[in-house]
Design a binder for this molecule. Structure first.
Ligand SMILES: [Mg+2]
Length: 376
């Protein structure tokens, strides 16, 4: 079997889980002379990035991959990384590698008639604990807490909330209100639902306020506090981690395994968030997963884009035993619920890992066309 073509599709859509904000991804499709195709995705996020990645995938990797055996995906991964040597192991180059790597794993699985989790060594878990991963937007604390309680009532055994998001929630602005909010959520969801707060990109904690807030939150039993500081503030992470009992999550803005190795070595976190659509695809995820296992830490998928990314993250996560939860967007979303014939859903608090060949998702190409864009 030989690769005959490599295509990329920039898509844009309005995200119902984020106040209908525009979001962008780039899909990769790898075709073969046997008629088998593989699909991948990177979370390129901004429109110019989504378009730039198309060029890298089609003009950079296309000539490199056409004529090659797609089942030798490890060698092809190395060839892509070698090709990128000058323009980088980060940024657009890594988006392109991530999308094509996922497509090659999907393709290899379909070619061999095996699910990706089997190619990775087999499932440790048949299903993963589902977490409702949310961007809150309502103004009142009571309404915000009820929204999470509703997710818990629907079956989720974990909820995650991003601070500093657009909308009227205004979390991450007023310390007293943030503490009241965390208290109200814990009361609303009860003691048994895992609750994570993602401080994120727009909330500005310094070291002192980070310790103060994290200690105030400890009474309410957060499962982890995510990204309390910008990712380069290594000393703040280290000191906070030594000052509190709550686990710290970090890493979602890392691009590759070397960066994760450095963060683990520096001791910044307990839980490492990894997005296969950013950090070298399924190959990269598996590498980071192994690093966390060896270090006695946790990995957790950062996957909040299309169902292809969800599938990739799910297959990889299922082959390791040190994950915590698996994040889903709780409200139906175009690239989750229209793009694939059988969308991922939580059932009784769990999300099943597909057993069909490849990623186990069937792409509706009419949907790819519907959300495609070529300029903006
Ligand atoms: Mg995050």
């Amino acid at each position: 079997m030989k690769i005959t073509a490599v295509h990329a599709y920039p898509l844009r859509y309005q995200e119902p889980n984020d106040r209908m904000m525009w979001r962008h991804v780039t899909l990769a499709k790898v075709e073969t002379d046997a008629g088998v195709v593989g699909w991948g995705e990177c979370i390129s996020q901004w429109p110019e990035a989504a378009l730039a990645v198309k060029l890298l995938i089609e003009k950079g990797f296309g000539p490199l991959l056409v004529g090659k055996d797609p089942t030798e995906n490890g060698a092809l991964f190395r060839a892509m990384k070698a090709h990128n040597w000058w323009y980088g192991d980060t940024g657009m180059a890594n988006f392109a590698v991530s999308a094509v790597d996922i497509a090659l794993w999907d393709l290899k699985g379909k070619a061999l008639g095996l699910p990706v989790h089997n190619l990775l060594g087999g499932k440790v878990n048949d299903k993963l604990r589902a977490c409702a991963s949310t961007h809150p937007s309502q103004a009142e604390i009571g309404d915000l807490a009820k929204e999470l309680a509703d997710h818990a009532a629907a079956g989720y055994t974990a909820v995650k909330v991003g601070f500093g998001k657009a909308g009227d929630a205004n979390l991450g602005v007023d310390p007293r209100r943030d503490i009241s909010y965390v208290k109200a959520v814990r009361e609303a969801i009860g003691p048994n639902v895992d609750f994570m707060v993602d401080i994120g990109n727009k909330t500005r904690w310094d070291y002192a306020s980070g310790v103060r807030m994290s200690r105030a939150f400890e009474e309410y039993g957060l499962r982890w506090i995510e990204d309390p500081f910008p990712p380069d503030q290594v000393e703040n992470y280290r000191h906070l981690r030594q000052s509190i009992q709550t686990q710290i999550g970090a890493g979602e803005r890392s691009w590759d395994t070397v960066q994760y190795a450095r963060l683990i070595d520096q001791g910044v976190a307990d839980v490492y968030l990894v997005d296969p659509g950013r950090a070298n695809g399924i190959t990269g995820y598996k590498e980071v997963m192994e690093l966390t296992r060896v270090a006695g830490l946790f990995h957790n998928a950062h996957s909040w884009s299309s169902a292809i990314n969800t599938a990739a993250a799910l297959h990889a996560s299922a082959t390791g035993d040190n994950y915590i939860v698996f994040e889903l967007k709780p409200v139906p979303s175009p690239l989750q619920h229209e793009l694939v014939r059988e969308p991922f859903e939580q059932r009784d608090g769990w999300v099943e890992v597909p057993d069909a060949p490849g990623l186990g998702v069937e792409i509706d190409e009419a949907v790819v066309e519907r959300y495609g864009f070529t300029d903006f």
